[in-house]
Write a protein that binds this ligand. Structure first.
Ligand code: FES
Length: 193
């Protein structure tokens, strides 16, 4: 999406510059199409305006470039998990800090669990002693597959879209978050593909 927006902005900028040049060209020809004689005063005025325009254009471009969101590899984008980090069936969840999810692997396949508690949004850690996800804020408890079994949370942990590549690596789209009311085996993505 962002590369498309950048392309559109680039095309619009190019079109605006072309229009501006066309207008300036028209100002410097008379009605018969011959070039007007330029006085020293108008030359200095045009040169000054041109210089100011260039500086403003550069400042605007720099401002847009600086503040343009760049989500590559961060929350909201696709995140790759190398095959060696994919947990074995029922093994310790793989924690992905930038993507804010756990990758778990049950007998049905892989699930990417968004670690935000569905009660009030606290980060839910995996508790190895309990073999459960246990929210520290108000005590909601979730199974390995993210289903809530205790506490005030209204539903299971949300899921992110998982894609398994032929290499065994996994892609998790942290921009595609799905809610659910229960666990269904189809929610898991079989691994290896
Ligand atoms: S935020 Fe997790 S139980 Fe309240």
């Amino acid at each position: 999406m962002i590369p498309i927006l950048r392309t559109v902005v680039g095309l619009l900028s190019g079109w605006l510059v072309a229009r501006l040049l066309a207008v300036l060209t028209r100002l410097h020809v008379n009605s018969s199409g011959a070039p007007k004689k330029t006085s020293r005063r108008s030359f200095i005025r045009n040169a000054s305006m041109g210089a100011v325009g260039v500086v403003l254009a550069e400042a605007t471009a720099g401002f847009i470039w600086f503040f343009w969101p760049n989500k590559t590899g961060a929350f909201g984008s696709e995140i790759s998990i190398a095959a060696e980090n994919v947990p074995a069936i029922d093994a310790l969840p793989f924690r992905e800090a930038q993507g804010k999810f756990y990758l778990v692997h049950n007998e049905d396949g892989l699930l990417a669990l968004y670690w935000k508690c569905t009660h009030l949004g606290c980060t839910v850690p995996w508790n190895a002693d309990e073999q459960r996800f246990h929210c520290p804020c108000h005590g909601s408890i979730y199974l390995y597959n993210g289903v809530r079994i205790a506490g005030p949370a209204p539903r299971p942990l949300d899921l992110m879209e998982v894609t398994v590549l032929p290499s065994g690596d996994v892609k998790v789209d942290t921009g595609k978050i799905m809610t659910r009311s229960a666990y269904q085996p189809e929610q898991a993505v079989s691994y290896p593909a």
